[in-house]
Design a protein around this ligand. Structure first.
Ligand SMILES: NC(=O)c1ccc[n+]([C@@H]2O[C@H](COP(=O)([O-])OP(=O)(O)OC[C@H]3O[C@@H](n4cnc5c(N)ncnc54)[C@H](O)[C@@H]3O)[C@@H](O)[C@H]2O)c1
Ligand SMILES: O=C(O)C[C@H](O)C(=O)O
Length: 325
């Protein structure tokens, strides 16, 4: 037998991302995206014994074909997530047809609080991205549970809602999605605030290429974008575009890209709002949310943002009261 210079443990990647809820649809698809983009080693943590390990092994077996070098592991033990650069929480139930996202507060609040506390205990320097619904409420609870500074806790929704608006504009005009920049702010619910004046096709505002009725129709479809898929699938919600959206945020952070991305951020006076998480344009880089951009809004847009924030605030209070019981 010739002497082998190699050790049985492959060299680890530079970065590490842990996904709590990683055996679920969004979590496992996100793990796949992160690995296939060669962004980081991935730890999939879930409560179901065997499942995260099985998914991780399955993904590892595709490494040679997909030609990436990331290690993917599965676990039920938070100790295995130690030293993560980014922690993503996708743990919790997805809604079924006929439910609102707020109907998930009862089941998901405790799951997210526990997940955030446990994960940050092992990775105190991590940046936390919450995906679990109702998004803005769960992100608030995660910040409260961990006491992390506001630049290190954010929620994923704005990228997804903007991607949906972008898609519907592209489909309406027969133009490639990559030429379209769409902007959606506000809470991740029926009251989200798509901004036509800041949505453009290579710099041309969509208001110059579509009439008001068409834009209103696309805005309505965007607001109902999650529910449309829940109704079609019957068994849960969207996960491919949510995973892509979260991966974009992970990449912006790990590669310090200074991208301008709508994300749920903790506001302390921006847009005239306090003590609430809501989708706003953020500069994302290695430090997390490095700054929040305050766009000039029309009176109607500002009112819509405040209405959305008021509804999120009411749900936060409901969640906090429930956790105290
Ligand atoms: N923010 C967004 O835009 C967005 C988009 C899509 C989905 N979501 C939300 O993300 C969540 C996950 O969606 P999904 O489709 O992946 O659901 P899923 O049911 O496929 O996966 C959820 C996973 O969480 C795990 N889990 C439950 N309790 C846990 C705990 N205490 N610790 C660790 N893991 C736990 C489950 O075992 C499961 O594997 C849902 O709340 C859904 O509504 C949000
Ligand atoms: O709509 C849902 O319940 C899932 C997610 O928030 C989405 O927008 O796809």
């Amino acid at each position: 037998m010739p002497f082998s210079p190699f050790s049985p443990t492959p060299a680890s990647h530079l970065h590490r991302v842990s996904i709590v809820g990683g055996a679920g649809k969004v979590g496992s698809t996100l793990g796949q995206r992160i690995a296939e983009k060669n962004l980081a080693d991935v730890v999939l943590l879930d409560v179901v014994d065997g499942l995260p390990k099985g998914i991780a092994l399955d993904l590892m077996e595709a490494r040679g074909i997909e030609a990436h070098n990331c290690l993917i592991s599965g676990t039920t033990d938070y100790a295995d997530t130690a030293g993560s650069d980014v922690v993503v929480i996708t743990a919790g139930l997805a809604r079924k047809p006929g439910m609102s996202r707020d109907d998930l507060i009862k089941t998901n609040a405790r799951i997210v609080v526990e997940a955030a506390k446990n994960a940050i205990a092992y990775s105190p320097d991590a940046i936390l991205i919450v995906v679990t619904n109702p998004l803005d409420v769960m992100t608030y609870l995660a910040k409260q549970a961990t006491d992390l500074p506001r630049d290190r806790v954010m929620g994923m929704a704005g990228v997804l809602d903007s991607a949906r608006f972008q898609t519907f504009i592209a489909m309406e005009l027969g133009i490639c999605s990559v030429d379209i920049q769409a902007m959606v702010l506000g809470g991740h619910g029926d009251l989200m605030v798509p901004l036509p004046a800041y949505s453009t096709i290579r710099g041309i505002p969509i208001t110059e290429l579509m009439d008001t009725a068409t834009i209103e129709r696309l805005i309505h479809r965007t607001r109902q974008g999650g529910a449309e898929i829940v109704e079609l699938m019957q068994t849960g919600g969207a996960y491919f575009a949510p995973a892509s959206s979260t991966c974009l945020m992970v990449e912006a952070i790990l590669h310090n890209q200074s991208r301008l991305i709508p994300a749920a951020a903790y506001l302390q006076g921006e847009y005239g709002l306090q003590d609430v998480f809501i989708g706003v344009p953020c500069r994302l880089g290695r430090g997390g949310i490095e700054s929040i951009l305050e766009l000039r809004l029309s009176e109607a847009e500002r009112d819509a943002l405040h209405t959305s924030a008021k509804s999120v605030r009411e749900s936060i209070e409901q969640a906090i009261a429930m956790l105290k019981r």
